[in-house]
Design a binder for this molecule. Structure first.
Ligand code: ZN
Length: 189
């Protein structure tokens, strides 16, 4: 039985100072690094997803509603799409990119540079348990964790290693995840 960690979208634009800043994003970056430095050997695989937009259509809007449309963010190759400086990407084994041509909230919609899907990476590493952390609780973390449950993984959400866009949608997301069978744990970073 192998466990993987999925770090969702710990990117410059989703942290304080970014174009779609989530309060607490930089702290998540710092804590994730600390958690991984302590526990990396326990994980068969550490995957980081990233929002990686080229032309995502209506996902970007001049007047976003902050539910289905958003300010321009995480444009592929620009600084805003980089992992946050406090997140030590040397601890990551594989990067999965998503959202080139359309909104993609779940890391399971993403692929590696050579076109491999996240589910296949995890299967190849014999992973059955997935720890999920990152940004944002109410959007990409939520969608990724729900897809992981649907794909048959035992999923834990690392509750002190996530940050959400808004308190009401974040607490609703945590309830939805619990109801779907996700275990929410604190890692103490
Ligand atoms: Zn996006």
């Amino acid at each position: 039985m192998a466990t993987a960690l999925l770090a969702v979208d710990v990117q410059v634009d989703f942290c304080e100072g970014g174009s779609l800043a989530v309060h607490g994003g930089a702290e998540v970056a710092r804590r994730l690094t600390s958690h991984l430095r302590r526990t990396k050997r326990d994980y068969a695989l550490v995957v980081a997803s990233r929002d990686w937009h080229v032309d995502p259509g209506a996902h970007f809007a001049a007047e976003p509603d902050y539910r289905d449309s958003w300010p321009v963010h995480c444009v592929a190759g620009e600084h805003g799409s980089d992992f946050h400086a406090a997140f030590d990407a040397d601890l990551v084994d594989v990067i999965v990119s998503k959202g080139e041509r359309a909104a993609a909230y779940s890391a399971f919609e993403g692929h590696t540079g050579d076109g491999r899907a996240l589910a296949d990476l995890l299967a190849d590493a014999a992973v059955t348990e997935l720890d999920v952390a990152g940004i944002a609780t109410d959007y990409c973390v939520r969608a990724s964790a729900l897809d992981a449950v649907r794909a048959g993984f035992d999923v834990r959400l690392l509750g002190d290693l996530v940050a959400g866009v808004a308190p009401d949608t974040s607490s609703a997301a945590l309830e939805e995840l619990r109801a779907a069978g996700v275990e929410i744990v604190e890692v103490g970073c």
